[in-house]
Each structure stands twice: as structure tokens, then as C-alpha cells.
Design a protein around this ligand. Structure first.
Ligand code: SF4
Length: 778
């Protein structure tokens, strides 16, 4: 794949075949071993960064950065958020370090459910709803600004302000409480518990400190108690396209590229993406050749509204009512559908869907009731068919079939409790449970039990039970993978059981603590995991949310990040292996992020990596608060320097960076970087190979600093310097309306325009192209 080369690249292109990373010559000449010796000596009286702590890190002493003998790696992965000339189409092989590079604590795997106002939602979907993604201490943050509200420990709703995502390799803690579904989280994430000796006093402990017998806190919640009228057209819009395509394409090309870079099998990726494995193999082939282009597959509206009814384009009139009250009859029918129904699509007529209920031969009366309810509520004439093992009730009406699919899912594995049921009165929710029990449940004397192959339906039923004031019981049963049925071998899925006690006061292990159920921990296990993990920051003094029923601590990301928790010390050999791993994934470069405090450790690892086959350019991605000694050590090693020049004014640097000498240090170090590598050059595909790329994050109310920085770049480094003026500042961390109120806002469009005008005025013309999407070329 070739990136489009804008005109400002002309004259700055080096043929790829003529390029070799700077470290190869240093290695061949043998100077690299002298550098390794110097690096080791530097650790013995650390002056690696301008803090000049003078401590013996070789012996384990710690200075300001709290980083010792070995570098601590927070995470490493192909990163697609850097400038296009670095990320290319296979990502920049980014390595984040802890300590000086502050580290966040993250907790839940992508599919972990969170209790929200709209029902249970996967934490990865909440993250996806955020905007303005930014790099945040070894991971990513997106800003939600309250567009999702979640339940907190005290049972009320609170807005989510931020969502975090981070790559994690290690072990997750699996907490299995009695009755409740299990909870998976990283060991350092805190959970609300109480001790049996004092069950009503809650405190927070790390997940790896939770013990068998501790009570977990499950807050009680209630149903909305509203009269709900369903807007059928809005519901069908959520499914638009499904009548034509059996797979909902949730993943864009960029996300797929990230997934492919993780070296997972197509089968594993299929379960993550919803694509068929064969289709993924085809896409992976395109990705390898740099040809991957995937759209989200949504089509324009296909819904016709007329005379108070709704139908799908091409479907016979009349459609179904445009507004349908969610009353006891409909709730009961939805319950029966969750137990016995599914939707099929006609292979030859892409727009034709069919609603089918399948009953056993002994369930004739339920089949009759179902047909009667369909006729009464929707005015349709269902057909009853007698088959060898079943009796079916079928309606060949696409709009009706899609209505059920949108509310409850299309087939047995996709089934779920309709989100609207959480808003209704208890009688209506009970009618839904009644329909479900009639279909897939049984009366066991003191309780009703429902079984399903859909985990999502089981979780929804548990949630519904809680909203009805009872604590259901949740079990998962794994049968043997296959069984013989009428001479055929059939596969078996895990089965989920949810039990509802007829007497809500009947309990076994748990306690009722007024506003909470206290549920004892039955088992604590450790499971290996490698992949993304997520967390939320919730705007509530309680600092908690429910995942999905048990109260866990809110991220409080910034406070924890300052403690530098979560990194893993790596030896030089391990750091070299990480570089090779990223090279094997196809990354275009090795990108060390804020490595100022681990320069000696990087130096030790480089020759090991070279001998094992490293041949990618090295990117040194820094705040520009480096020591000259460190940079001189990196001469002949680094190909691309990427400093972020933050502030020009010493008073601002003192206030916001706690380093009054920052501007002076940054000027010296950026000049040294430019001396070493010169202006940024690309290969013929638009990928950066060598040179200086200066970043500047425009800060609110600091345009004077921006102007002076741009003037200095143009006059001291030259107008050919490649500059990325960044507009994505977002208040975070300690910034609030009480502390640092002057920077507690985004920058305005006018401020950004002013900064661009300044750049032009000083003759800077190689500006990162991304801003050109928003601003006209001059
Ligand atoms: S890297 Fe900097 S902060 Fe860390 S110990 Fe050395 S001089 Fe101090």
C-alpha cells in the first residue's frame, strides 16, 4: 500500500532500498559496545534526565522517577493513533514505560458488562461511544461527558466522564460469588467488600486481596415504573441492513488492522468481530498486502412509514402498527419468543424475514395462545405447521420478524431481555418472565428455573430479577461438546440457568442489607489473559460502578497513575524480544514513548535486538525534557526524534510541568536532535525513515507560547522542519474548575486558526497533513 504523498514531501524522499537504520553502522563499527558501557555507568550515578538525582540505580536506588535497574514496560502494541507517516498501514510498534511515563490502572476485559441506564452494556461498547481519543499513560482515553449513565454502589445513576483502554498481558482474577455471575478483572482493581464479622461496614480491596467468604456488594435497583410505548420504526432502524446482510459489520478497517496485528487465529478473531472466519482470512490477506478497505456496511433507510403503520421497502401492505404499547400481553409474547422463537431470512429474497415459534408436540395450548396473541396485537394470521418433532407458529412478515429480532435477538444464542422492559411496571416485567417460564422454564416447587444457551439473556434475567427486588441464582453448565441425536452428531453449547425463588425472603448464603444484597465469594481463580482491558471514570463521589451487578471501584485514573503501578520490569533481553515481536507483527518502526528515564536500558537492549534481526527505524518519542548526555548516547541509534515542545514560558512550565527549566532544556535538546538526524525524510510510500518531527500541543490561553515556539523552530531549525500542531488538548488529571481553571477547557477553532496563521507567517510549510482536512490550503 502506498500512502498518498502530499506535495510537501517532494525533495524529502529517500528510496527505501537506500535506507538502513542508524544503529547498523554503529553496530558494525563496534561503537555500540562502548555506548552500552557508558549506559551502564550512567545508571550508577543517575543523571539520565535533567532531574540529576545522582542515585545508584544499578544497585536499586530510586530517584525522582522511581525507576530502578530495569526498565518497566507498561504495554506494547501496534499503535494506529500516531502521525500517518509513522503508523502507515501496520501501525507504529509502540512501547510504553511506567514511572516517568505515568501509568494508569485498568481492569475489565472487553465483553465485561456494566449496568447502565439502558440495561447491561459491554464496557468496550461504552468506550466506543467516547470521542477525542488520546494517548493516556500507556493506553487510550475517550471522553464521554455523561452521554452514558451507569449505576453506582449506592444504587443511583451517575454519568461516565471518561473511558480507558489498555493492552494487558498477565493474569486476571475471576471472582465467583454464590448466586451471581462471575466477575473478571485485573488484580489491582478494587472491589467493594465487607467481612462476615462486620457485614455492614464496606471497604475496598484489590481484586487479588478478595478472599473466599468476603461479602461482595450487590446494590438493589428498581424498575422504571413507566408506561412504555415502543416506536417500531426506531427499533427497526437499529437493525437496518440485517435483512440484506447476515453479519452486522461493526468493525472498520482500522480496528481490523489492530486486531490482525495481534496475531490471533481467524477463528479467535471471528468471535471478537462477528465476521465469519473465512471472511476474516480474506480480509487478513488484503491487510497483508496493504489493500484493506472495509466500510461499516450500513445502508440508507429501508423503512416505509404510512397511515400509522411501518413496513420494509418491498414488503406487502399493510405493515405493523408504528406505535405499540408494551403491555402485559406483548411482554408475555416477548417472553415466549425469548424461549421458543427465532427469525429466519430467505436466502433468495434478501429482504424477506420470517418469524417462527417452535413448540414441542405437548405444547399445543401454548402454540395456540401464541398464535392468538400475534393476531390480537398485530392483526396477522399465523400459520401453524405440524412437523416431525415440533409444532411451529409462523408469520412471513418481515417487519414483524425484525421487530422481534430488534427487541430480543434473532436466534437462540443472540437472545436478550428487551432493554425497554427495565422501564416498565413490575406486572409487565412479571408477564415477560411468565411467558419465558411457559416456554423454556419449569416450576421446581419453591422456585422457577429458566435455561438458555444465551449468556446475554441469562444476564438480562438476573438483572430483571434484581429490579423486581429478588436475588436470582445464576449457573453455567458446560455439557460435553457433542452428543448423538436421532443418529446425528450435534454440537452442544454451554447452558445458563437462572432461578427465581417464589418466596423472595428465602435465602441460602446471601444477606439482605437493606439497600444491598451481600453475596459471599465462593471461589477466587486466576486466568491467563492477553488483550485489551478497559475502565471507566464515573462522575460521582462514590467512585464506583457495577460490573455488572457487583460494585467495583471507579478508575480514579489520575491519582492511581501517579503511583506508577502496573508496569513489568524487563531485562535487556526481554526488551529486545519485545522489539522483535513488534517487528514480526509488521510494524513500521519501534516507537519508544517518553523513554527519557530508561535510555540506558534501551541502549543495553539494542545490540541484542540487532543480533536477533531487528531492522526497523527507532523512534524516540519524548517530552523534550531530556539530558544532553542521554541524547548523545542515542546518537547513531535513533532514526526519528519526535519531541513534544510544550511551553515556551518558564512560569507556565513551572506551574503546569513542575519544571521551570523545561523551555531551556527543550530548546537545547531539540537542537541536538536536529543536529543528529536533520529534517524528516520519507520513503517512497510516505513512511518516515529519519529526521526530526516536532509536535506542539496547543494549550488554551497559551497562544503566545505557541507563537514563540513556532518562531524558534523556523529560525533555529529552519522552515523545512516537519511540525505537527495538535488541537486535541482535553482537560484531564488534576485539571478542574477548582484547580488550573484557566486550562479547564478545549482550545477554540479561532485559537487553532491563529496558531496555523503563525506557522505560515514564519514560513513553516511542512505541517502534518491531518490538520489540512479542516483548514483550507493557503
Ligand atoms: S532518570 Fe532522571 S528522574 Fe530518574 S533517577 Fe535518573 S535523573 Fe532521577
Amino acid at each position: 500500500m502506498t500512502l498518498a504523498l502530499p506535495k510537501f514531501c517532494e525533495g524529502f524522499i529517500v528510496p527505501r532500498r537506500a535506507f538502513e537504520p542508524a544503529y547498523m553502522e554503529t553496530y558494525r563499527s563496534g561503537r555500540i559496545w562502548e555506548k552500552v558501557e557508558i549506559a551502564r555507568e550512567m545508571l550508577k550515578r543517575c543523571r539520565v534526565c535533567p532531574r540529576n538525582c545522582d542515585v545508584n540505580r544499578w544497585q536499586g536506588e530510586l530517584g525522582t522517577c522511581a525507576s530502578g535497574r530495569y526498565a518497566e514496560v507498561a504495554s506494547y502494541f501496534p499503535h494506529f493513533g500516531e502521525e500517518d507517516c509513522l503508523r502507515g498501514w501496520r501501525g507504529s510498534g509502540t512501547i510504553f514505560f511506567t514511572h516517568c511515563n505515568l501509568k494508569c490502572v485498568f481492569c475489565l476485559p472487553p465483553d465485561a458488562l456494566v449496568a447502565t441506564e439502558q440495561g447491561l452494556q459491554a464496557i468496550k461498547d461504552i468506550f466506543a461511544m467516547g470521542e477525542d481519543e488520546q494517548i493516556w499513560h500507556g493506553g487510550f482515553v475517550r471522553f464521554l461527558d455523561g452521554r452514558v449513565r451507569v449505576f453506582v454502589r449506592e444504587g443511583h445513576l451517575a454519568p461516565v466522564t471518561k473511558a480507558f483502554k489498555h493492552f494487558f498481558a498477565g493474569k486476571l482474577v475471576r471472582l465467583k460469588p454464590y448466586n451471581c455471575p462471575p466477575l473478571l478483572l485485573t488484580s489491582n482493581h478494587e472491589v467493594f467488600v465487607s467481612h462476615p464479622s462486620e457485614p455492614h461496614r464496606f471497604f475496598k480491596v484489590r481484586a487479588d486481596g478478595v478472599e473466599k467468604g468476603h461479602y461482595l456488594v450487590v446494590p438493589k435497583r428498581t424498575l422504571g415504573g413507566e408506561e412504555v410505548v415502543l416506536d417500531v420504526a426506531a427499533l427497526l432502524e437499529t437493525l437496518e441492513g440485517q435483512a440484506r446482510a447476515s453479519v452486522w459489520r461493526r468493525h472498520l478497517g482500522e480496528e481490523l488492522a489492530e486486531l490482525f496485528a495481534l496475531s490471533r487465529t481467524s477463528q479467535e478473531l471471528a468471535s471478537l468481530t462477528g465476521y465469519h472466519p473465512a471472511h476474516l482470512r480474506k480480509l487478513r490477506g488484503q491487510w497483508r498486502k496493504g489493500l484493506l478497505v472495509v466500510t461499516n456496511g450500513r445502508a440508507s433507510s429501508n423503512i416505509v412509514r404510512e397511515d400509522g403503520r411501518v413496513r420494509i421497502k418491498g414488503e406487502h401492505r399493510p405493515g405493523i402498527p408504528a406505535q405499540i404499547p408494551l403491555d402485559e400481553r406483548l411482554a408475555r409474547l416477548l417472553g415466549i419468543y425469548c424461549a421458543e422463537g427465532h427469525v429466519t431470512f430467505n436466502k433468495h429474497r434478501r429482504n424477506a424475514a420470517r418469524l417462527v415459534f417452535s413448540f414441542g408436540h405437548k405444547e399445543i395450548s401454548l402454540a395456540r395462545r401464541t398464535a392468538h396473541l400475534l393476531k390480537e396485537l398485530f392483526g396477522v394470521e399465523p400459520k401453524k405447521r405440524w412437523r416431525q418433532t415440533t409444532v411451529t407458529v409462523e408469520v412471513g412478515k418481515t417487519s414483524l420478524a425484525l421487530f422481534f429480532a430488534a427487541l430480543c435477538g434473532r436466534n437462540a444464542k443472540e437472545k436478550r431481555v428487551p432493554a425497554a422492559l427495565l422501564k416498565v411496571k413490575p406486572d409487565i416485567a412479571l408477564a415477560f418472565l411468565q411467558g419465558l417460564v411457559e416456554g423454556d422454564g419449569c416450576d421446581r416447587g419453591d422456585h422457577y428455573a429458566v435455561s438458555t444457551v444465551s449468556e446475554s439473556l441469562a444476564m438480562g434475567l438476573f438483572e430483571l430479577g434484581l429490579r423486581l427486588g429478588t436475588l436470582p441464582s445464576f449457573f453455567r453448565w458446560q455439557p460435553s461438546p457433542t452428543k448423538e441425536l436421532e443418529g446425528r452428531t450435534v454440537r452442544q453449547s454451554p447452558l445458563f440457568f437462572v432461578k427465581f425463588a417464589k418466596d423472595a425472603r428465602r435465602r441460602t448464603k446471601w444477606k439482605d442489607a437493606g439497600a444491598y444484597f451481600l453475596v459471599p465469594v465462593h471461589k477466587v481463580e486466576w486466568l491467563p489473559y492477553e488483550g485489551w482491558v478497559y475502565n471507566l471514570e464515573v462522575g460521582d463521589p462514590d467512585h464506583s460502578y457495577l460490573a455488572p451487578f457487583v460494585a467495583v471501584a471507579n478508575c480514579q485514573n489520575f491519582d492511581i497513575s501517579r503511583m506508577g503501578i502496573g508496569g513489568r520490569p524487563v531485562t535487556p533481553e526481554e526488551l529486545a524480544d519485545i522489539m522483535l515481536y513488534l517487528q514480526d507483527l509488521g510494524c513500521h518502526n519501534i516507537n519508544f514513548v517518553t523513554p527519557e528515564h530508561v535510555v540506558p536500558q534501551i541502549m543495553e537492549a539494542i545490540p541484542i535486538a540487532i543480533e536477533k534481526g531487528l531492522r526497523l527505524p527507532i523512534v524516540y518519542n519524548t517530552s523534550a525534557y531530556d539530558s544532553l548526555e542521554s541524547l548523545q548516547l542515542m546518537e547513531g541509534i535513533v532514526d526519528i526524534y519526535m519531541p513534544d515542545f510544550k511551553y515556551w514560558d518558564a512560569a507556565k512550565a513551572k506551574r503546569y510541568l513542575k519544571a521551570e527549566d523545561y523551555p531551556e532544556v527543550a530548546r537545547q535538546t531539540i537542537k541536538e536532535m536536529h543536529r543528529q538526524v536533520g529534517d524528516l525524510v520519507f520513503d517512497e510510500n510516505g513512511l518516515a525513515l529519519r529526521g526530526l518531527l516536532v509536535r506542539h500541543l496547543i494549550m488554551p490561553g497559551a497562544l503566545d507560547d505557541t507563537r514563540e515556539i513556532l518562531r524558534w523552530i523556523a529560525t533555529e531549525l529552519g522552515t523545512n522542519t516537519y511540525v505537527n500542531l495538535m488541537d486535541q488538548y482535553h482537560p484531564a488529571g488534576l485539571v478542574s474548575k477548582d484547580r488550573y481553571p484557566e486550562i479547564n477547557r478545549r482550545i477554540t477553532a479561532e485559537e487553532y486558526e491563529r496558531a496555523l496563521a503563525d506557522a505560515r507567517e514564519f514560513g513553516l510549510w511542512r505541517l502534518d497533513y491531518r490538520w489540512r482536512r479542516f483548514v483550507a490550503l493557503w
